[in-house]
Design a protein around this ligand. Sequence first.
Ligand code: CP
Length: 309
Amino acid sequence: MNHLFPRHLLGIEGLTREAAIEILDTADTLSHEGVSVPATLQGKTVLMAFFESSTRTRVSFEMAAKRLGAQVVTIAPSTSSVSKGESLLDTVRTVAAMGSEIAVVRHARSGAALFLADRIATTIINAGDGTHEHPTQALLDALTIRRKLGRIEGLTIAICGDVAHSRVARSGALLLRLLGAHVRFAGPPTLLPPGMADAYGVSVYDRIEPALEGADVVMALRVQQERIAGNPLPSLREYNRIFGLNEQRLALAKPGAWVMHPGPMNRGVEIDGALADGPRSLVLDQVKAGVAIRTAVLHLVATHQALLG
Ligand code: CP
C-alpha cells in the first residue's frame, strides 16, 4: 500500500502527486466515522522537538501520535538543555538514542529538518523550518479545500500577505500547483521577494484587489512580526488599510468564495475578525483537518518503516 511514501517528510518539494493524494485519501479514510485508527505506532516513541512556538501543529501532531498508539515526548527550548546551549543535532540525537523512532521538528532555521535527516537515523517530519516549508500545513489546507469544494484541480487560490516570511505560502503553492490549482501570490512589494513567479509557477500581484478577482479561495497570511527585519511596513494599521482581508475586498472574489488562514491570526491586521468568524471562514475546518493529515502522515511513515523492516 505504502510504496509511494518517503521515509521523511521534509517538504512538499520532492513529494510526488501520487504520494500527496495518498496522504489526503488516508486522512479522509482514517477520519470516517466508525473507522478505528490502526495502532501503527504501538510501542513506538514520537519526539516533538519544537524550537519555535506552536499551538496547532504541536497539539495536533501529539493527538495524532497518541491516536496511533505512540508514546509522545516533548522538548521545549526553555526547559531542556537547549537553554544551556546544546545544539539541535545533539538534542535530537540524544532523544533518538533513548529510543524515539520519529522526530517532529520545528525550527527557526530554513533547512533544519533536512540537516537532521542527513545526520541521524530517526525519521524526521518537518513541522516548519524558517521561511522554507511547512508541508503538513499545505496538506491540511489542500484537504480542507478538497473537502469543501470536492476538488483542487482548476481552482483559483489567492494567497495574500506576508509572502516573504511565509513557509505556508511556499509549501501551499507547491502542493496546490501539483494538484492542478492556479495559485496567486499577493503582497506589498516589501513583503514579496523577486523571482516568486518563476520559482513557484504562480501569478504575482503587489496589490490585493486584482489577486482576489474571481478567486475560489482566499488565504490570508499572518504578518510575521517576529521575522520581519528593518521597516518594511509603515504600521500595522496602514497594512490593514492597504492589504487587510475584509468583506468589501472578499466581494471581488467568486460569489461564495472561501476564506482561509493558517493561524495564528492577527485579527484586524491581515484579516477582519468578523470575516474569520463568519460563514465563509474555513479556519476551524483547517484546524480539524490538521489532526487528520498528521494522523495520515505518521501512519504512512510508520508503515513505510515497517516495510523497510
Ligand atoms: N499554522 C501553524 O503552524 O500554527 P502553529 O504555529 O500554532 O503551529
